[in-house]
Design a protein around this ligand. Structure first.
Ligand SMILES: C[S@@+](CC[C@H](N)C(=O)[O-])C[C@H]1O[C@@H](n2cnc3c(N)ncnc32)[C@H](O)[C@@H]1O
Ligand code: SF4
Length: 385
């Protein structure tokens, strides 16, 4: 029998938890430290890879994703050594994808060529904004000119370079954003990630917001208009809105992220990395120690994991929907039924179809553009008991 995860594939996430500066909006597991002993970190990553592979080495690996933090601060030799070990531990798929996230403030040509020589074949760059005032408000360490230069270096070294922008920023009008998006599309190669600014509690922006000091954020209506315009403009430029915040030419989607959204299995190595692994007929949710030093000590002692829980089948069905409905391709309902003991409510489905937020066609349930803007309420409607 085909285990459920095989519909999505198998990937490996590696978390590098350090940045040159902490951006005020960011609640990722990222830390600024003065000195990093990269060879010590490499040994810990290699030990963890061996441990994870001892449970999964019979699989074909589809992708590796170096995320962060700022993985473009990793020594190219460290990245290369990790990839040598990965190739030793797993069989690799023909279309093996290896992505590395880069901050334009820490890019130089030699470093990028070395990443490519070490086996990286895709880069995702955090450009965030295409004007200097907003970059500085976002606390970024680079200017637009530096970001453009970094992007040029990236495209010379790699065939596949994506970049991230954050929109719905302070004082941004719909016109500002569509002009900036058109500029971004003229630079883009085949993939873009476009995120609405989220104010996360516990970040510097979160604190400022609570004190009423973060002014000029768009009202919900304007943010929704920006989202709608983003979908339309990208689609007409040939960048298919294949996921809530991701746009790509056909065939250039992030294969690694598709594993998450198609609810495949993924191993996670590094501080705070999450994993979902199916072993001996059970699916496990796994987490690693979040604080870098703590993870390092545990990894050196033989195991960086802080948690390993079985995911009950009914929760798997929910996770499958939560992830899959982010994708324009939607989900296969027969896969949902195989996981879930309860059917989705016919009444609710009919209601959501009537108001134009979902569609069902040949066993595929999809969220339509109108529903994608209110995805959380669509999911709540489908999943509530
Ligand atoms: C790990 S970072 C990418 C690489 C690198 N650290 C950088 O920032 O250049 C992941 C991406 O998440 C997005 N992001 C982080 N926090 C966000 C927030 N609060 N709202 C919207 N997007 C956010 C940014 O676009 C960022 O590029
Ligand atoms: S957005 Fe990127 S560079 Fe900024 S703190 Fe977060 S992970 Fe680091």
């Amino acid at each position: 029998m085909v285990e459920d995860w095989q519909h999505g594939g198998f990937g490996l996430y590696i978390h590098w938890p350090f940045c040159e500066a902490k951006c005020p909006y960011c609640d990722f597991n990222s830390h600024v430290v003065r000195k990093i002993d990269q060879s010590r970190w490499l040994r810990a990553y290699l030990g963890e890879l061996d441990r994870v592979a001892s449970e999964t080495s019979d699989r074909v690996l589809n992708s590796v994703f170096f995320g962060g933090g700022t993985p473009s601060l990793m020594d190219p030799d460290v990245v290369a050594a990790i990839l040598v070990r990965v190739r030793k531990l797993w069989r690799i798929s023909n279309d093996f994808e290896v992505t590395l996230e880069a901050n334009p403030g820490s890019v130089d040509a030699g470093r990028f060529v070395a990443y490519r020589a070490g086996g990286v074949n895709r880069v995702s760059m955090g450009i965030q904004a295409l004007n200097d005032r907003d970059l500085s408000r976002l606390g970024r360490i680079h200017t637009v000119e530096e970001a453009r230069k970094a992007f040029e270096i990236g495209r010379k070294a790699f065939d596949r370079v994506s970049f991230d922008l954050i929109y719905a920023r302070q004082d941004q009008t719909l016109q500002d954003w569509t002009a900036e998006l058109n500029e971004a599309l003229s630079m883009a190669i085949d993939h873009l990630s476009l995120y609405q600014l989220t104010i996360e509690t516990g970040t510097a922006f979160g604190d400022r917001y609570e004190r009423g000091k973060l002014r000029g954020l768009p009202e919900d209506d304007l943010a929704a208009d920006m989202y709608e315009a983003t979908q339309e403009i990208c689609a007409s430029a040939g960048m298919d809105p294949y996921e809530v915040s991701n746009y790509a030419e056909k065939g250039s989607e992030s294969r690694h992220n598709l594993i998450y959204w198609r609810y495949g299995d993924y191993a996670g190595v590094g501080p705070g990395a999450h994993a979902r692994l199916t072993m001996d007929g059970q699916r496990y949710a796994i987490e690693n120690w979040r604080m870098p030093e703590k993870w390092l000590e545990h990894a050196e002692a033989g195991n960086g994991e802080s948690l390993r829980n079985v995911v009950p089948q009914v929760d798997q069905a929910t996770e499958f929907l939560l992830m899959g409905l982010r994708l324009t391709e939607g989900v296969d309902l027969s896969r949902y039924r195989a996981l879930s003991e309860v059917e989705l409510s016919e009444d609710r489905i009919t209601y959501l179809q009537d108001i134009g937020t979902i569609s069902i066609d040949r066993q595929r349930l999809r969220v339509l553009p109108k529903g994608r803007m209110v995805l959380n309420s669509v999911l709540a409607e489908l999943l509530v008991d």
